[in-house]
Structures are given as C-alpha cells and as structure tokens.
Design a protein around this ligand. Structure first.
Ligand SMILES: [Fe+2]
Length: 264
C-alpha cells in the first residue's frame, strides 16, 4: 500500500470520526509492514488540511481570556483537545510530504499521528462526560501556519514544529496540571500525564531527525536551528523552558545551556 496516498487522504479528511479511522488503518498497515515507502505520489502544498466546520477558528487576539470558573477550565480542555486534533494533521503532513527519507522516518510520524489521535479522543471523551464536545468553543487558527511555512524542507520542519511548537507543550503542561489539580476537573491531571509522556517521545523523534539531517548535510545544529528560528519566528525563543522534560526529549546539554541563558 502507498503510505503517501493514505497519509494525504487522512490529512485532507475533514470529518473527525473518519480521520481517526483512517489514521488507525494507516497505523495498522505500518505495524503489519504493509506500506511501501518507495511508492510514488504527488507532493502538493496544503494551505488548509482537513478540519471540521466546528470549532470556528478565531483570530488569536480575539480569543476571550479564560476565567478561573468551571467554563474557563472546560474551555482549556477544549483548547488542548484542539491542539491534539491539529497535531494529528502535523504528523500526517510530515509522513506525507517529505520523500527519500529512511523508512523509519515515515514509521515514526505515522506512529505520532496515531498517538495524537488517541490524545484527541481521550480529551474529547472527557469533554463528552462533561456534556460538551470538540467544536463547542472557538479555537485558535495559528497552529497550521508553521507547518505550512516549513513545507519546503524537512530540516526546517523538524527544527520548528517538533522542536519549537511541540516542545512548548512540554514547557506548559506541568503548570496546566497544577491548575487542574485543585479544580473540579482533576481527571485532567492524569490525562495530561499520559499525553506528556508521549509528547516527550514526539519531541525526541523531531530531535533525532533534525540532528540526523544536520549531520547528513554537514551543518552545525545550533547555528542552523537559530537561523531557522530567526527566519520563521523573527525573535529568539522565550522561556521559561521545562529543561528536565527537554532533556528527556534529547535536547543536548549545549542546547539546554543555550535555552537556560535565554530564559534568564
Ligand atoms: Fe499529543
């Protein structure tokens, strides 16, 4: 079977339930070693991946500030659920778009897409127990932008999506867990634990491929990364950083020292 065709199909699928099924099928085929990573398939730019009509995507600056009320917590759960939904698309795009990589690259990103779909379902199922569901609140539209902007090169993608965007999730999670700890929504602490453990591994995968590509192209990783951050974000990364989690995700000591200096 053609993994690129199947990844593209899942990526463009706008129906939540169908997308989850397509990702599950892709994951099963990967595990059965039934995917041929040499298959040809056209590479198209994807300005808008498959997303449902709801949530309505709002501009970042028009999002209401979340209050410490029940509804504020539920909106936070919804916002994380939205991030996980988008993360399915981020991983599918990595599996679909970049060719001539080792088989392991595709297997890694198909595995990530599957785990993100599990995270999405954990959170959406929890929302359902609270009489809400994915789509009930507006959501940010900024998550796809960096993916789209780095579609020109797998090195830029690995640098900026897992190592910046997903690593930010590692920085934020313990603080979010702390807020849920003393709330009515304590089950979130455990759900976020499960997600956090997987996310460390996703960032680790991004780090592995970033460093492997730097090595292949004889590029110095630190300066290559910094140049890409300046090119795409415009400013250096802002802390605070969860250095412990980042270390587990295989950020090097040199990189951690650098981040620590930034955070001061
Ligand atoms: Fe996730």
């Amino acid at each position: 079977m053609n993994p690129f065709k199947l990844s593209h199909q899942a990526l463009m699928c706008a129906n939540v339930a169908d997308k989850i099924i397509l990702v599950e099928q892709l994951h099963n085929l990967k595990n059965q070693q039934a995917l041929d990573y040499q298959s040809p398939y056209p590479i198209e730019s994807v300005e808008r991946p498959g997303i449902p009509d709801k949530p309505i995507l709002a501009r970042f600056d028009s999002m209401p500030t979340r209050k410490k009320s029940d509804i504020g917590f539920i909106q936070t759960i919804h916002a994380i659920c939205h991030i996980e939904f988008n993360a399915i698309n981020l991983a599918l795009d990595a599996a679909y778009r970049f060719r001539a990589m080792p088989n392991q690259f595709y297997q890694d990103w198909i595995q990530v897409a599957f785990e993100e779909s599990q995270h999405f379902q954990l959170l959406n199922n929890y929302l359902i127990t609270l009489n809400y569901q994915y789509g009930d609140f507006d959501a940010h539209n900024g998550l796809w932008t960096m993916t789209f902007e780095t579609d020109y090169d797998v090195l830029a993608r690995m640098a900026l999506v897992p190592r910046v965007l997903e690593a930010r999730g590692l920085d934020a999670t313990p603080k979010i867990q702390k807020r849920f700890e003393t709330s009515k929504f304590k089950p979130m602490v455990e759900l976020l634990d499960i997600i956090f453990k997987d996310e460390i591994n996703h960032v680790k995968i991004g780090n592995y491929w970033f460093h492997s590509l730097c090595k292949q192209r004889a590029l110095e990783p630190m300066s290559t990364f910094n140049q890409l951050v300046i090119k795409h974000i415009g400013i250096e990364l802002r802390g605070p950083f969860n250095l412990e989690a980042r270390k587990l995700a295989d950020f090097s000591d040199e990189e951690l020292d650098y981040l620590q200096a930034q955070a001061r």
